[in-house]
Design a protein around this ligand. Sequence first.
Ligand SMILES: NC(=O)c1ccc[n+]([C@@H]2O[C@H](COP(=O)([O-])OP(=O)(O)OC[C@H]3O[C@@H](n4cnc5c(N)ncnc54)[C@H](O)[C@@H]3O)[C@@H](O)[C@H]2O)c1
Length: 452
Amino acid sequence: MSTTSPKKRIALVGTGGRSGMYSHTIYKDFADSTELVAVCDISRVRMAQRLKELRAETGYEGEIPMYHSDDFDQMLDDVKPDEVMVCTMDCTHDDYIVRALRAGYPVSTEKPMTTAVDKCDRILKAVEESGKPLRVTFNYRWMPPNSKVRELIASGVIGTVRHVAMTYALDTSHGADYFRRWHSEKEKSGGLLVHKSTHHFDLVNWWCDAIPERVYASGGLVFYGKENALKRGDDQYTGYDRYTGTDSEHDPFRLDLSENKYSKGMYLDAEEETGYLRDRNVFREGIDIEDSMSVIVNYRNGMTLSYSLNAYSPIEGCRTVFYGDRGRIEWAHFGGSHLILGQSEEELAAMQEANKGVEELTVTPHFKTTEHLEVPHGKGGHGGGDIKILEQIMMPEPPEDPLNCSAGHEQGAASVMIGIAANQSMKTGQAVQISDLLPGFAEGKMSMSELS
Ligand SMILES: NC(=O)c1ccc[n+]([C@@H]2O[C@H](COP(=O)([O-])OP(=O)(O)OC[C@H]3O[C@@H](n4cnc5c(N)ncnc54)[C@H](O)[C@@H]3O)[C@@H](O)[C@H]2O)c1
């Protein structure tokens, strides 16, 4: 991709697992149009490892300055980026988003936009007051089958959607991994209804062009955690707080950070500096997020979503059924995890091929036979969604976005507020109005397409 316009200059904050998708792709696919002008993190070890890998994978030899997170504002002053990419732990997104916007820089943030009401409010105010844009990188929208579902619903083939039933299952590889990491602490991730379900809630909001209003949820920790393991008689998996360097070879949930060059450099070698352990026992005490959750969401336009998330399933996937007033669409895909620590692109592609499993997209208009549609596929991370969103971020003149896959701060809030309200509902046992948590949010608006 070559261009004569000046390169887009990106500064990246958060240099952990996800950040490689941004930094490496710049020098693999967008080097003519984009450059990485600085990286920032709490961990110097992780920043150095990220840049080492970037060089090894892409052959890039230039210098990229590293800034400790204490010097984030200094970094902005020094490098004056065209855009700041936020890829840190979820509960810290708001801090970097707000500081960058208020300093006058456009921002893209990883999902979830944030984890709590007060943080969401700060972000919305910072966008309004700074006049600078915030993009939320909902890569799931860009996956070809999800885009196809959006097209189908917008075509009116099943009329107006009144009811959506979505069941999402995370397996004992991908799902379990959340319970080893910072994600297992609600204060840091918001729990899975914020961290993970923000993708799913966003898809439903966007697919059906609807704004959520009232949320009821119920959930608990019923599989992971020491108490559950002991209750089941799985005592043999509970005798160590982490996996690496402990007597846990018999444990199918074991993750040994020293076995893999990537996880050793990125996490094990950084432990002394930050104290963060990435391989904690999923059957330990102190996990305060849920692994089994059910949520009902009522939308402003009268639509209802019934949603469930399970994080200890033997197979991973999702089934979504849309009931319109003129028919039904079903989109189901089940197979293996799409994501395993340290996996190469070749391994990912091979696993995606082997684990195709169930894949079904059907449309049944009222009083007609069911049509089985071909499921479109993309290449690379997240079923081809990653590269498409990267084009939007990296290219000075990105491709057209006819399905409005790009999302701003209000659409980011619409999704994350479902999870935040669900957390409150699980605590109190009561349904929660999003407008009570965030008064004035999207006032007078009825559809997602009216939100930025
Ligand atoms: N869109 C997707 O499909 C997708 C996939 C994976 C991760 N993510 C998101 O990417 C983000 C990063 O996740 P990850 O998997 O890379 O996690 P990670 O733990 O591997 O990396 C997080 C990084 O943030 C850094 N960090 C933590 N606190 C910080 C702070 N206060 N200031 C600066 N840096 C800080 C850590 O040192 C680490 O390098 C998360 O928000 C996650 O939700 C999105």
